[in-house]
Each structure stands twice: as structure tokens, then as C-alpha cells.
Design a binder for this molecule. Sequence first.
Ligand code: NAD
Length: 356
Amino acid sequence: MKVLILAGDGIGPEIVGQAEKVLDFVAKKHALNISVDRALIGGIAVDETGHPFPAETLEKAKAADAILLGSVGGPKYDLLPRNIRPEQGLLAIRKELNLFANLRPAQVFKELSHASSLKDELVAGLDIMIVRELTGDIYFGQPRGIEERNGERVGFNTMIYSESEIRRIAHVAFQAAQKRNKRLCSIDKMNVLEATQLWRDVVTEVAAEYPDVELTHLLVDNAAMQLVRAPKQFDVMLTGNIFGDILSDEASMLTGSIGMLPSASLDENNKGLYEPIHGSAPDIAGKDIANPLATILSVGMMFRYSFNRNDIADEIENAVKTVLSQGFRTKDIATKDEKVIGCKAMGEAVLAALNA
Ligand code: NAD
């Protein structure tokens, strides 16, 4: 198993450092042959090579089985031309590796349900997985542009999905549902958009191959409403790129803990890029106060989805639950009466829980 580590900018090196300790620990414990390589991405890559996604990083990323990424960006780079901003590194790696399936869990750990903007009883125990198509839809469709028509400017984009694009992401979602509570809700806007009528038709066809998974469909506006009305009704939600962009942010904010949420972006062979959903948090970088748990949980997802080791993924998730129940909190998830520890100490607490 070849893992490439891209620590990136801001708090990236701090949080990835703790996640790497967890990776080392489980590799030794289970006698796994994991080789780790490192490369540059984002602002640090701009500083050292002039480009946010250097050719050497692409080579190493292609050779890896899985990639662990910290975060990229920061105010230092805000004035750079758009094509060499750190975020371009992220877009480039997703595109170059054809990472079309984005998996974003929104999970509320019971000790943290008070952090949500919704009432405790609505979110306690919440555990949703959003499967978002990441390389198609209106973001990439042609034609697109802004042009002069009839004496005024007109802006336009094209929502487009091919049958094969829908089919491959539907398989990912059904298989994710099989590993969970076997319920899949597919999101579309078939009442007005033909592209999403096809989406619904193809997802329904694929369902025939997964008789153990219960499939439902919801229009996107209703889905947005249901997510804040009764989010626990969902198990896996399947969406196209633009609807998923919005709904996955809505779902993650229900948890109230941006420092807790991991993500995976997978290709057709389950090679994956794993990263926390948060950014580089420049306001707290270098202070040893960042929460490393989202990155540690991203390592858990790596074992679940790229290495097919649900047992190790469960071990890591259980270790995180243990440290929360022991009362350990980084600053972002602490309430007044709890003991606040730093990034390194949180990493050590997870190692201790894994060791117990
Ligand atoms: P952010 O997620 O970096 O930070 C938002 C807030 O959450 C900040 O107050 C931050 O301190 C806090 N926070 C985030 N992660 C935390 C953690 N692990 N522990 C404790 N607190 C945490 O979002 P932003 O401030 O809008 O963006 C900062 C930079 O990150 C920008 O340059 C942006 O482009 C970049 N960004 C990168 C990614 C990525 O790498 N995938 C994603 C989003 C934003």
C-alpha cells in the first residue's frame, strides 16, 4: 500500500502529522506493508516551485494507492493570479486522477450534539453519507460563457450528464449504502431539468442490481428542507455535482464541528484522496490548537474505501469516539467546563485509545 502525504499549508502539517502517527500505529499493529512518500501541493508548492501542483507531485500521486491531504491556501496567496493560486492544486489533482466520487459523511458524535445549530434531539446520533458526483454537471458542461446577445450580456452554463457518468456514481452510492444501513436517497430536479430526469431513470435502473438497498428519490429543494427538518431520516444521499456542493455543506454544518469531518474522493478503482473538509485555518496555524480529528478520521476512510479494511476503519473511528467520551476536546469543540488540549495532545490521546 503506497500512501502519498500532501501536508499543504496553514494547519495542514500539524493535523497531518497527527494523522500520520495513527497511520504508522495501525500499520505496525496489523503488520501492514505501507510505504509513505511526501510531496508538495498548494501554497508551499508555489513558494518552492512556482506552481501549486508540480509535475513531481502528479507523478507521485499517480503512483500512490491513496493520498492523504491536509489543506491548502492562505491570505499570503490571495493576490496571486488565479491560475497559480493554491486551490488550483486541489482542482488539478482531482481532475488529473479522475476522482469522480466524493464521499462526505456528516456525523454527529453524541458528546458534541450541543454544537449543532439544530436542537439536540434532531441531530444526536446523526450519521449521513453524501455521495456527490465530482467531475461532471454544470461546472464542466459546454457551452458556457458570457456573451453579448440582443444588446445585453448573457451568461450561460450547461447542465449535462451522460448515462455512463450517472451509472458509475450510482454504483458507488449503492455500494456505500450496502456497507451502511442500506437506504439510498437520490436527489434530482426531474420536474424541470431533463438532465436530472435521466439521472433519476439511470439510478432506478442501477437499483435492480442492488435489491438489498431501498431506493427513494427526492427533489433537491425538498431535500434541502428535509435536511434541516428531520436529518436523521437519511442514510446515504446521492447527488450530482452542483446539488451536492450545496447539500454537503448544509449537512456538514448540521454537525456544528468543522474540525471533525473527513472526506474521500475516489476514482473507478477506489484509489482515493482523503482530506478533512475544512480549510487551512490560517488564523490558528502554528499554535498547536487545531483539531486533528477530521484528518485522523480521513485515515479511517482510507482504510475503509481504498484498502478495504473496515476493521481498521472501525478501530480508528472507535478510538475517536473514546477520546471524546473521555472528555478530551480541542478548543473548537470545547464547551466552558471541558478540558482543552492541543493538536499534538489530541493525536496522542487517539494513539492511547488505539493502544488500549
Ligand atoms: P477554514 O475551514 O480554514 O476555517 C474556518 C474556521 O474554522 C476558522 O475559524 C478556523 O480556525 C476554523 N477551523 C477550521 N479547521 C479547523 C480545525 N481543524 N480545528 C480547529 N478550528 C478549525 O476556512 P476559511 O477560513 O474560509 O479558509 C482559509 C483558507 O483555506 C483559504 O485560503 C481557503 O481557500 C482555504 N480552503 C482550503 C480548503 C481545502 O484545502 N480543501 C477548503 C476550504 C478552504
